[in-house]
Design a binder for this molecule. Sequence first.
Ligand code: HDE
Length: 688
Amino acid sequence: MTESFKYTGNKGKGGELHQPASDTHPIMTIAQGCPVSDDQNSLKAGASGPTLMEDHVLREKLFHFDHERIPERVVHARGYGAHGYFETYEALNELTCADIFQRKGEKTPVFARFSTVAGNKGSPDLARDVRGFAVKFYTQEGNWDLVGNNIPVFFIQDAMKFPDLVHSAKAEPDRGFPQAQTAHDNFWDFISLTPESMHMVMWAMSDRAIPRSLRFMEGFGVHTFKFISAKGNEKFVKFHWKPKGGMQSVVWNEAVKLNGADPDFHRRDMWQAIGEGDYPEWELGVQVFDQKFADDFEFDVFDATKLIPEEQVPVKIVGRMVLDRVVDNFFAETEQVAFCTQNIVPGLDFTPDPLLQGRNFSYLDTQIKRLGGPNFTHIPVNAPKCPMRHFQQDGHMAMQNPKGRVNYEPNSWEGGEHNPRACPAHGYQSSSEQVSGDKLRYRSETFADHYSQARQFYISQTDIEQGHIQNALVFELSKVEHLAIRERMVSHLLNIDETLAKKVADGLGLENMPQAAEAAMKTRDDLPVSDALSILKNGTHTFKGRKLGILVSDGVDAAIFNKVTDALKALGANHEVIAPQVGGVTCSEGKRISAQQVINGGPSVLYDAVLVLVTEEGAKSLAKVPEAKDFVTDAHAHMKFIGYTPSAMPLFEAAGLADKEDKGWIDLNDISAKSFVKTLGALRYWQR
Ligand code: HDE
């Protein structure tokens, strides 16, 4: 756009002014650069048409619009991404020559995308689902994509089964629903015929599958990878992400309501946190072990349905990832980012895990379909930030084209920037490995134990978490129409834990307990409890990064309001004011307090705790508003802390909560604002 173009106003043929004339707006052009005089009226023959085919401005505008969509990801379609950096805590050169781990304190740019698996692009954020946790590290020796999940194991052991798994989980093909949920016959039919999925099912039915925030969940590389040092020494490695804000999940009823109240809850949360400078942060940890450990371990370390308990191989923290920048353009970055498990760098290697091997084909293949050709690495979010020198050329949308005459190897032309050579000393080296065997379709017998770690996960949960797993199974299987599928699932649960099976059978109203499913291997009951597997055992004790919902009425006690909001601010926590009108209320000191939500737009599920700060008159008037009653009954039912002053009682009475008061209810006349905010750090009053 040249400066010499000056906008001079734009009179439509009907005489009306379409845009205010202004010197501050540059002139609009079509994509070919031609300035546009009117982008609101098509070119017509006469005042009432018809429209002329000649109108190149209209045709270009419509043609481009028609082509705006690209295929959504076949899985992980709904996602949210952000930029940031990875900071290396210490040099790991004894373990790996990966450039990113060579220098303490070095910062490497990253792009991370979090996703749900089953739902379409427009599905709600709080679906019960695995969350994708994909990170692209733009290292100085190429892009390393760690394409993980928030659950450390997977449903299947062999890539061959992936299309079946995904077909079964997505909407049923004849009817096109249900959207973004596994609570249907096809999914549970497949699962109940796939015993290897039982460990993952325990995770998917646990609170891990309904995180409160993307910021409050762990991430895992899932597979075993290899670290290779400069001397050629090899170690196995599993990658972990530990959220600095601690882990936190919602309860199921809250998830269901959140999906209605704010389908964008997770992405909005991330957008707001970054916008407010409360940058989401995770530490990267590694579990490093050798062949001897792998040989002695109870399970096959190449089986993606198994994990290595942290108590057995501790997670060594090696760096941190900070997400400090939202995207400039959602499509350009979050949609077009192309993660590929094959993107690794010198110092790292794959293992024979049959799931990982299949992924290494699938991701590249899917990007070509999604992004339209082989040049998706030219899109800025995918382009490495280190030099690229190769002889790949041409193809659709080629943006970065090799210069000069040479485009083949070997060649006898002069060296220099445009004539690169492969380098055995510095180039990527696969670890050398003896491979032999018959060609056959085979599942290793070392992959045969499908229940022991499922049991270990279940027994490692607190009673509350076990209850949630039972309820989730009852909920999902109650949506299954075929009794035989429900029974088949319970027959698997019997191999995991008898009490669990019984609770689920009771919850489903099964008349007869089925036989335990046939199993290739007996469930081990000697695997110890692993506390690291529970969210609540590792609970956080701070309200930092969380949000208090303050329900107010005119005359709200300004002193309490100010003290609480100051204490929240001091801690790095947020609040939102919910009022009868978005214009806000007048407080006891006569000042206006503005509101972010009105009562029917700000249900308590949006908040980690609530404070009801209303006058008696305000409480009486809110007592007539159904949404205000829901606000407090839901907060109570979801085990949230409820701050209040006694003047709020008429609302609690109308909501049927008058005799339900417990220690999770906090009278702000009895306790300082600071102590109140400290109490909120427990996040929920589980004893309720
Ligand atoms: Fe994926 N997966 N996957 N997956 N996956 C995709 O790639 C696939 C698996 C994961 O934010 C697709 O670009 C196969 C495990 C994430 O863009 C596709 C198998 C884990 C994302 C694909 C698996 C994941 C994907 C669809 C079994 C955790 C989103 C769109 C062999 C370790 C990345 C795309 C993003 C996306 C294939 C199993 C994580 C089709 C064949 C295990 C986080 O290529």
